[in-house]
Design a protein around this ligand. Structure first.
Ligand code: GLN
Ligand code: ZN
Length: 765
């Protein structure tokens, strides 16, 4: 029997972002639901045909989604909050998109979207299931079955994918003291059972059921829930083979739980957790099929196929090919679709990469090598090994100077000269700021005009000097305006920046950018992460010119702005030939040079943004410490090259820092600005037990909505902050950068913010 090769999920968006085009046209009212659904069917058919064409045997269905697969699961189960006014029956596209995006301008009032949050440790965001008191479940969408039949009609036998019941519940939330999600399991299982029965009836042989919660720290009750759930599901459709699918980590202490479930197969992520294979092999019950996730579904590097075969051939010999499957570590949702479109990439770099299409090809080659022997695919294996060899030896990757510099880093480079209490008076003397100083986070509105000028410059229709003149004019306008309304610490406005990571990555060595390498971030929003392929260094200053120009316009202190090393790492595809920590340190050294150059240009304040520091946290608590230690060290390496009289700021979004607040403190930024307005200063709870030592600007203006906060509102937030923080510790600023807002929205809001700060000063006299 030949070995099963598989894909666990394929990108949905289409090689040319066709799904985005179709969705936006539908949302704009330019095309009806029928046209959208037809386009979606076309994308599915194309994805199936592509995978089939490579020779992979198990091809997924129901991995497609118009918006998000967790939302699809909620809709399948009838978990639709009452405000969306669903009255049973099939869920209409209107209701589906209302849950996904909210509604604007609807008769009877706007509806909010469901909450959205990160899918495990990826940059994909899912719509959080919302459970109500007395939550009932009913089959409300047959999408999983329909798409299986749709493929079948095309002559393609697929393996349907379902999000497993326990992971689904654990991803959800109850509002208003609703039920503990796990307690809903008994009500949920009959719907799953019904879906499985229908799939069996439709002719499915295997069903992939994703339970990535198995790689998390689980409580006993959660493990018991898994045992109960799979007992019920296995009994519901005894002829169906369930492939219990885990990814993003190892099973660890959940291994026995997983191996005890009555399923036909178990998928393991052997890229993130290669060592678990031995344990699984020695403990797996006889007859359990093992699916080995050996091709990296989270990164863009080409696999070294002979090296993978060295590991899996012995397993095949031991278990027999009928007990083995080979696939990617996880769904290919998280990588771009097709490398062949990247004709402008450096050819060497290109030869080291594999996107979704290429990865499916790699999996098929592995299957053929196992079935027919390595000789049957000798050329492919040789090409793969050769690419790995040239990559390892390439001078494009290795820069001896960078390595030497990294090895020469000393502990004092990650410490300011004096501790904060001694730096503070030096900075206060230099800056002469009032109490409750006001500032913004860096960017001002990226108007249509700014974006047009940037596009024209990129196309070559606007010359360098004209573009620069335009940016200078924008910067000057922003500086004058800040002076006029009385902001204390000014920014230049970041008009020259396309994106906070791209702008820096494009100026650093070791970074590459794709043209079409889009990856879904959420719904119709896709990002094109840069690729860090080599040793990182900074050939020349990146931002100094703009900050210095802005400072030359005003006597008020200017704040220089840059993206921090952890965020530069976190929002990129990172090389896999050295630890992430080492790559992060290289970035930190490059940015350290920038910080020092900003200081040399006479800028008294430098802000190092780290919005991604929290999302880098490992999935298992036991791994947090190590990560936080190097992340904090990298920040400090970036920041600590300056004199004590130079003030270092950092900025973070989302206030969920309560459990890592000590690490935030350990970053030792003189000032931290942090998003808190949306959550009404929830962050302050952390300060009940932890006294944040340095200065802090809890955001008072929620920049995510067009709404203008009133003076009273912002004063109230500041007063609340002053209960938990020393008044002379508090800065006054918005939640985040203002680039997505309009000037008409920003102007009155900042005028109010300055007034709120003034009231606080008067009140605390
Ligand atoms: N300085 C950046 C800005 O103002 C920070 C963005 C962010 O935190 N996401 O736009
Ligand atoms: Zn932010």
């Amino acid at each position: 029997m030949s070995i099963v090769t598989s894909t666990l999920g394929f990108p949905r968006i289409g090689p040319r972002r066709e799904l985005k085009t179709a969705l936006e046209s539908h949302w704009a009212g330019k095309s009806g639901a029928r046209a959208l659904l037809d386009d979606a069917a076309g994308l599915r058919a194309a994805a199936w045909a592509r995978q089939l064409g490579t020779g992979v045997t198990h091809i997924p269905s129901n991995d497609f989604s118009l918006y998000d697969h967790v939302l699809d699961t909620s809709v399948m189960l009838g978990v639709i909050p009452s405000l969306y006014e669903w009255c049973g029956g099939p869920v209409s596209p209107e209701i589906y998109f209302a849950m996904a995006r909210g509604t604007r301008g609807r008769a009877g009032g706007d509806l909010p979207a469901l909450e959205m949050t990160k899918w495990f440790d990826t940059n994909y965001h899912y719509m959080v299931p919302e459970f109500a008191r007395g939550q009932a479940f009913a089959l409300a969408s047959t999408k999983a079955i329909d798409e299986f039949l749709e493929a079948k009609a095309l002559g393609i036998h697929t393996r349907p994918v379902l999000l497993g019941p326990v992971t689904y519940l654990l991803l959800g939330k109850s509002k208003d003291e609703g039920p503990d999600p796990l307690s809903l399991l008994p009500g949920l299982l009959p719907v799953y059972a019904e879906v499985l029965k229908c799939l069996a009836g439709a002719g499915a042989e295997w069903v992939q059921i994703d339970e990535p919660c198995l790689v998390l720290d689980l409580a006993d009750a959660q493990r018991d829930a898994l045992a109960h759930a799979y007992k019920v599901l296995a009994a519901a459709a005894p002829d169906l083979k369930l492939l219990l699918t885990t990814y993003f980590g190892g099973l660890g202490d959940n291994l026995d739980t997983a191996l005890g479930l009555p399923v036909a197969g178990l998928h393991l992520d052997l890229v993130r957790a290669p060592a678990q294979l031995d344990d699984v092999l020695s403990r797996a019950p006889a007859g359990l099929v093992l699916s080995l996730g050996v091709v990296d579904g989270r990164n863009v590097w080409r696999a070294n196929l002979p090296a993978i075969l060295d590991r899996i051939e012995p397993v095949a010999a031991r278990l027999g090919t009928d007990r083995l499957m080979v696939g990617p570590s996880c769904s290919l949702l998280h990588v771009p679709i097709d490398l062949d479109l990247e004709t402008a990439l450096d050819p060497d770099l290109r030869s080291w990469l594999a996107f979704a299409v290429q990865k499916v090809g790699e999996i098929a080659i592995l299957g053929r090598a196992i079935d027919r022997g390595r000789n049957a695919v000798a050329d492919e294996l040789e090409a793969s090994a050769a690419a790995a060899m040239t990559r390892q030896a390439s001078s494009k990757i290795h820069d001896r100077k960078v390595k030497a510099r990294l090895d020469a880093v000393t502990p004092d480079m990650t410490r300011r000269q004096k501790p904060f209490p001694a730096r503070r008076p030096l900075q206060r003397d230099r800056l002469a700021l009032p109490a409750f100083p006001t500032t913004t986070i860096g960017s001002f509105p990226q108007t249509e005009e700014v974006r047009k000028a940037r596009a024209a410059h990129a196309k070559g229709t606007l010359g360098d000097s004209d573009y620069r003149a335009f940016l200078r004019k924008e910067t000057e306008t922003a500086v004058r305006w800040q002076e006029d309304v009385g902001i204390d610490v000014l920014v230049h406005g970041e008009f020259e920046r396309n994106d906070m990571v791209q702008y820096f990555g494009e100026q650093l060595s070791g970074y590459a950018f794709t043209r079409h390498g889009w990856v879904q971030s959420y719904g119709s929003r896709y990002v094109r992460p840069p690729i860090i392929f080599g040793d990182v260094s900074r050939p020349r200053p990146m931002t100094v010119e703009w900050s210095a120009y802005a400072q030359s316009l005003t006597a008020k202190p200017m704040k220089g702005m840059l993206t921090g090393p952890v965020t530069m790492l976190q929002w990129s595809f990172v090389r896999d030939d050295q630890p992430r920590e080492r790559t992060c340190r290289q970035i930190a050294l490059a940015l350290r040079d920038e910080v020092i150059d900003i200081e040399k240009a006479g800028i008294p304040i430098v802000q190092i943004d780290e919005p991604a520091i929290r999302e880098g946290l490992p999935l298992r608590r036991a791994d947090w410490r190590a990560y936080l230690d190097w992340a904090v060290a990298c920040f400090r390496l970036t920041a600590c090259g300056v004199a004590d009289a130079t003030q270092i700021h950092t900025h973070m979004c989302y206030s969920e820092f309560n459990d890592i607040i000590d690490s935030i403190g350990a970053m030792d930024a003189d000032v931290i600005s942090i998003e808190t307005a949306r959550s009404k200063m929830e962050l302050l709870e952390a300060f009940a037990t932890y006294r944040y030592p340095n200065d802090i600007g809890p955001g008072v203006y929620d920049i995510h909505t067009p709404r203008c906060p009133s003076i009273d509102e912002m004063t109230a937030l500041l007063a609340k902050a002053a209960e938990r923080l020393a008044p002379d510790q508090i800065w006054v600023n918005p939640d985040c950068g203002l680039k997505t807002r309009k000037w008409e929205e920003v102007r009155p809001a900042l005028v109010n913010m300055v007034e709120a700060a003034r009231r606080m000063r008067l009140a605390s006299r």
